[in-house]
Design a protein around this ligand. Structure first.
Ligand code: NAD
Length: 248
C-alpha cells in the first residue's frame, strides 16, 4: 500500500491533462491521494495510466471551470464518487496575450473567467464539504506576473493578481474551520503554455533566472503537494514563489 504523506486523502486538480496540472496530479497520487483530474475533455487513458502506475484511484472528469452550472454539477458528482474532498488545486489557466491597445474585450473576459472566476467557483463548490470536515487544503496557482506585471498580459496579470486577493480572503474566511488556502506563484515553467512563446524569448528569460534554467512542472508540484499536506497545516494565506530566484 502507498504510504505517502497524502495516503487516504481525496484531491481535485483542475487543468490536469498536461503541464503543471498533470505534474501536480501525479505528485499527489504518488503521495497516496486519490485524485479527480479535471480538464476540458475526458482523459480516460491518462487516468487509467496514473491509477495503475501509482496504485491509487485516479478518475478523469470533463469540466469547463469557467462555467458556474458545470462546476456545480461536476463537483457534486466528484464529491459523491470520492465520498469527500480534502484537497483542491485550482490550476486551470489560459493566456490570450496582447498589448493594451490591441487587446479585444473577449480576450480580457476569457482570461478573467478561466483564471480567476474559476477559482471562486471551484473553491465555493468544495467549501461546504471541507467546512463540515473541519479540515481541508486549497492551493491556487497564481503567477510571478501578478506581482511584477508583464507587457502584453493585462488580462492575465490582473486575473492572477485577483487569485492572490481571493487566496488571502478565503484563507481568512475558512481558517476557523481548519481549512488552509495558499497560492503558488510560478516563474517561467517549461510547458505548452510557454513553448508557444518561441525559442528566442525562452532563452532570454532563462538568462535572467538566477538558478539559470526554466522551471519544470515537477518543481511546482513538489511545493503544491507540501501545501496540500498536514505538514503545512499552520501555513495559510501565503503566496509562495517557485521561480528560480527571479523574483527574489
Ligand atoms: P497548459 O496550457 O500546459 O495547461 C493548462 C491546463 O488547463 C490544460 O490542462 C487545459 O486543458 C486546462 N484548461 C484550460 N482552460 C480550461 C477550462 N476552461 N476548464 C478546465 N480546464 C482548462 O499550462 P501550464 O503552463 O501547465 O499552466 C498551468 C497553470 O500554471 C495555469 O494557471 C498558468 O497560468 C499557471 N502558470 C504557468 C506558468 C508557466 O510558466 N507555464 C507560470 C506561472 C503560472
Amino acid at each position: 500500500m502507498n504510504m505517502g504523506k497524502l495516503t487516504g486523502k481525496k484531491a481535485i486538480v483542475t487543468g490536469a491533462s498536461r503541464g503543471i496540472g498533470l505534474a501536480i496530479a501525479t505528485e499527489l497520487a504518488r503521495e497516496g491521494a486519490d485524485v479527480a483530474i479535471l480538464s476540458t475533455s475526458v482523459k480516460e487513458d491518462l487516468a487509467a495510466k496514473l491509477s495503475s502506475e501509482l496504485g491509487v484511484q485516479v478518475k478523469s472528469y470533463a469540466c469547463d471551470v469557467a462555467d458556474s452550472a458545470t462546476v456545480q454539477a461536476v463537483f457534486k458528482q466528484i464529491i459523491a464518487d470520492m465520498g469527500t474532498v480534502d484537497i483542491l488545486v485550482n490550476n486551470a489557466g489560459i493566456t490570450r496575450d496582447g498589448l493594451l491597445m490591441r487587446m479585444k474585450d473577449e480576450d480580457f473576459d476569457a482570461v478573467i473567467a478561466t483564471n480567476l472566476r474559476s477559482v471562486f467557483l471551484c473553491t465555493r463548490a468544495v467549501a461546504r464539504t471541507m467546512m463540515g470536515n473541519r479540515s481541508g487544503h486549497i492551493v491556487n496557482v497564481s503567477s510571478i506576473n501578478a506581482l511584477r506585471g508583464q507587457a502584453g498580459q493585462s488580462n492575465y496579470a490582473a486575473a492572477k493578481a485577483g487569485v492572490i486577493g481571493l487566496t488571502r480572503t478565503n484563507a481568512m474566511e475558512l481558517a476557523a474551520r481548519g481549512i488552509t488556502v495558499n497560492a503558488v506563484a510560478p516563474g517561467f515553467i517549461d510547458t505548452d503554455m510557454t513553448a508557444k512563446l518561441g525559442a528566442e524569448i525562452r532563452e532570454k528569460y532563462a538568462s535572467q533566472i538566477p538558478l539559470g534554467r526554466l522551471g519544470q512542472p515537477e518543481d511546482v508540484a513538489k511545493l503544491v503537494a507540501f501545501l496540500a499536506s498536514d505538514g503545512a497545516k499552520y501555513i495559510t494565506g501565503q503566496i509562495i514563489g517557485v521561480d528560480g530566484g527571479l523574483n527574489a
